[in-house]
Design a protein around this ligand. Sequence first.
Ligand code: MG
Ligand code: MG
Length: 250
Amino acid sequence: MVLKSSAELELMHEANAIVLKTLKVVAEAARPGVSTARLDELAEEYIRSHGAMPAFKGYRGFPATLCTSVNDVIVHGIPSPSHRLKEGDVLSVDCGVIWKGYYGDAAVTVPVGAISAEAQALLEVTRECLQRAVSVARPGRRLSDIGEVIQTHAERHGYGVVREFVGHGIGRALHEEPQVYNFGPAGRGPELRPGLVLAIEPMINQGASGVVIDEDGWTARTEDGKLSAHFEYSVAVTHNGPWVLGLERT
Ligand code: MG
Ligand code: MG
């Protein structure tokens, strides 16, 4: 595990501020009739005009700036000019940038127009899973304590926790050690230490946890065809507690 200096954390904060602003731009543009490729263009323009580089484009051959994952797509959906958003969709947007040699990575799931009460509940609980996980990212806690709070909160609502994809350390590489599982039990793995930065990213299914991958090799869907939601922050463990990079310290 790579621990970052305070100067490095400042750069990663700047990287993630660009990511979070990009997600805001995309969320505001995510209306019925807009294609996911158009959202990708908006994101790439925003990132490049602020002096950063898209991190996902070309990563292991991924073709776009964003992952746009609609409804039963869990993660890694590929933006397409022929995929237009519809009223009632839920859209996960995942974005990464490179800024001065450091990576930022975050994701949000947003409603397209008016969505069902069931879909709204899934989004709220998944956001709460992330918030609870962030609050655990402090010195002295163990790595798997993060996954335990995510699993407990999701399963309390009858949702399935995706096992095939995990969060990760982040810094000068997009994916560093350790892997951050979204399930317990608590009390396992290394102790969290100041300077560790983790991309924490619960992926929560409305139904069962099973995953299938499309023939494109990327698009990951729920096996049962039900909805999935995904939220992610890059979080620094500090002496003062968790710092969600890209947001001002509280
Ligand atoms: Mg991400
Ligand atoms: Mg990530």
